[in-house]
Design a protein around this ligand. Sequence first.
Ligand SMILES: Cc1cc2nc3c(=O)[nH]c(=O)nc-3n(C[C@H](O)[C@H](O)[C@H](O)COP(=O)(O)OP(=O)(O)OC[C@H]3O[C@@H](n4cnc5c(N)ncnc54)[C@H](O)[C@@H]3O)c2cc1C
Length: 386
Amino acid sequence: MDTFELYGIDALLTDEERAIRDTVRSFGAARLRPHVAGWFESATVPARELALEMGALGLLGMHLEGYGCAGTNAVSYGLACLELEAVDSGLRSLVSVQGSLAMFAIHAYGSEEQKRQWRPAMAAGEAIGCFGLTEADFGSNPAGMRTTARRDGADWVLNGTKLWITNGSVADVAIVWARTDERIRGFVVPTDTRGFSSNEIGQKLSLRASVTAELVLQDVRLPADAVLPGVAGLAGPLGCLDEARFGIIFGSLGAARDSLDTAVDYARVRQVFGRPLGSFQLTQKKLADMAVELGNGMLLALHLGRIKDSGRVSTEQVSLGKLNNVRKSLDIARECRTILGANGISLDYSPIRHASNLESVLTYEGTTEVHTLVIGRALTGESAFA
Ligand SMILES: Cc1cc2nc3c(=O)[nH]c(=O)nc-3n(C[C@H](O)[C@H](O)[C@H](O)COP(=O)(O)OP(=O)(O)OC[C@H]3O[C@@H](n4cnc5c(N)ncnc54)[C@H](O)[C@@H]3O)c2cc1C
């Protein structure tokens, strides 16, 4: 019996939600899982091919309405993230950034023209998007960003550098957040615009099956209508981040579930001191404790998903879910690694890869510390950010 069976999770899902979950799980098993250790080891991922396949499956922007998107509920989107991240956090990141950051920005704040130009192609995976908010000196505090957009006649001219941008060097379009004379604004930047370049970041020890890049904008001249008209200020990027964080609440549990499944299978067959490792009480305690945390995390994810589907989820609730589920998933992946002994450090088994990936997931989309401060502020009414 696995953890979700133990918790009776299936009974909490609709037929449609189970069908979407099963479809993504089958795609992961057939198309992604056989290659993922190799992609991780070589730090190369066929992002363009995968985007087309994921687009054909309807995964890109699946929770958005119209313009080629399916408009599923939030729980279905979460379950898809979970199944993708059960293979690798990097593959879930590809889908999160495309759907919840780049496409969502255009969906929520874009003009009709921007939606028509980009959303169907992005839904199909024919155009890949990235989301440029972080800079070298401004990650947790994006309000300090130095990238500027200044008016020149009717045009905008962008200058600056963004760092740690997922999909950055494979993207066809970048959503770039920049400081104007008045407020921070979002821009839709085709990556073939003169003055735009990207450099892939190497030597990563985490999220190796994902493209991460620096974006350089040097006098990038854009027409007046490149700005996202529907939002000004940090509320824009933060609104997108809430969407992506929601996917991570579910997604991270996929990495934990796959780690635990791997450890349970291993403990059943590995013989130590003449008996299966899984027959020892210490091992059973590890497995039982992890199953409880994984199951509790899933109940939390589903609870937040249902609230989101009713249209009432708050930023603080999303922070709480991201904080708990990523932290617990990382603990689970690390503990599963111990059960595998020396084999646990090999790419032949997933837990160490998941643990290494979850170090990035712990940091991006708001670090553990930032989400702790969000919850602290909600509880006390006092901001301890600065
Ligand atoms: C693999 C990967 C992919 C990414 N993809 C993207 C992307 O697509 N787009 C994008 O815009 N960004 C992306 N990021 C960047 C990510 O969002 C930032 O790394 C993150 O916001 C943290 O910023 P920082 O790295 O500058 O750390 P810092 O902000 O310098 O923080 C360093 C440490 O200080 C802590 N800290 C910060 N403020 C406080 C405080 N007030 N009190 C106590 N502790 C504090 C932090 O929690 C952290 O532990 C990605 C990062 C990674 C690793």
